[in-house]
Design a protein around this ligand. Structure first.
Ligand SMILES: Cc1cc2nc3c(=O)[nH]c(=O)nc-3n(C[C@H](O)[C@H](O)[C@H](O)COP(=O)(O)O)c2cc1C
Length: 228
C-alpha cells in the first residue's frame, strides 16, 4: 500500500481552512487504488510535550546513565515509525502567534531525533531523505510586506523537515482567512476566497498525482525492475 501520514493541528472544531485543504488532499489520495492513510488530529488527540530532553538523541548518543521510561520511548518510536512508514507526509499548519501550533511543535519534538531521523556525528542516518512533505499553511493575515510581522513557522519546518531530515517540502497556503470575521479586513475577502479555492484545487491535484506516483513506485519495487 502507498501510505499517507496526515496531521492536522487546527484548534477550530468547524470551519478550519487548513483542515479543509488537507482533507481535499487526503480524499484525492484515497481515491487512488492501493493507498492507505493514517490520520492524526493533533489538536483533539494531542502528543504531550517531550517528556525528557534525552529523547532528542538516538539511544547510542544519549549520555550514560540516562533513564527514560520504556512507555515514553515506545511512544516516541511509534510516532517515528508512523513517519518513516509513510510515502508522503501531509501537515496542516495554521499560523498561531507567528509560529506553529504547540500541538504540532510537540509532534516535531518527538520525531526530530538526532542519529535516528537526522544525521548526527557518527550516526549518518537520514531515512526520510527525498520523501515529499506537503505543508498546508493557513494564515489569518497576509505576509506580502517584508516590513511587517514575519511567519516563523516556515523557517522551522524548512530547517527540521527539510534541512535536518532531508524531506522535499511543498507549501500550499491560504492567507487572509480572517477576512470573513474581521470587519477591517473586508477588502481582502475576495483574495481570501480565491486563495482558498486555488489551494483546494492544488491539494486535490497533488494528492492524486503523488498517490499514483507512490503506487507506481511500489509496483516497480515489488517487480524489482526499477520501472513503473
Ligand atoms: C491562537 C491563535 C493565534 C493566531 N495567530 C495568528 C498570527 O500570528 N498570524 C496570523 O496571520 N493569524 C493568526 N491566527 C489566525 C489563524 O492563522 C487563522 O484563523 C487560520 O485560518 C487558522 O487555521 P485554520 O483555519 O485551519 O484553523 C491565530 C489564530 C489563533 C487561534
Amino acid at each position: 500500500m502507498a501510505h499517507l501520514l496526515r496531521l492536522d493541528s487546527s484548534a477550530r472544531p468547524d470551519g478550519s481552512v487548513s483542515r479543509a485543504i488537507t482533507g481535499a488532499f487526503a480524499d484525492a489520495w484515497s481515491s487512488v487504488a492501493g493507498t492507505s492513510v493514517t490520520w492524526r488530529n493533533l489538536h483533539n488527540d494531542s502528543v504531550p510535550h517531550l517528556p525528557h530532553a534525552d529523547l532528542h538523541c538516538a539511544p547510542p548518543l544519549r549520555p550514560t546513565g540516562a533513564t527514560i521510561s520504556h512507555r515514553v520511548e515506545e511512544f516516541q518510536l511509534e510516532l517515528v515509525g508512523e513517519l518513516i512508514g509513510a510515502d508522503v507526509l501531509l501537515v496542516g499548519a495554521p499560523l498561531y502567534n507567528y509560529t506553529l501550533p504547540s500541538t504540532l511543535k510537540a509532534w516535531l519534538d518527538h520525531v526530530h531525533v538526532l542519529g535516528m531521523t537526522a544525521p548526527f556525528l557518527e550516526l549518518d542516518t537520514q531515512p526520510l531523505a527525498g520523501r515529499p512533505a506537503i505543508v498546508v499553511s493557513a494564515r489569518g493575515a497576509t505576509y506580502d510586506d517584508d516590513a511587517g510581522p514575519a511567519d516563523h513557522a516556515r523557517p522551522v519546518l524548512d530547517a527540521v523537515l527539510g534541512g535536518a531530515m532531508g524531506m522535499e517540502l511543498t507549501y500550499i497556503g491560504a492567507d487572509a482567512t480572517l477576512a470573513d470575521l474581521v470587519p477591517a479586513m473586508a477588502p481582502l475577502k475576495e483574495r481570501a476566497e480565491s486563495e482558498r479555492a486555488a489551494a483546494l484545487a492544488t491539494a486535490a491535484e497533488l494528492g492524486e498525482r503523488l498517490a499514483r506516483e507512490a503506487v507506481a513506485a511500489e509496483g516497480a519495487a515489488a517487480r524489482g525492475d526499477g520501472t513503473s
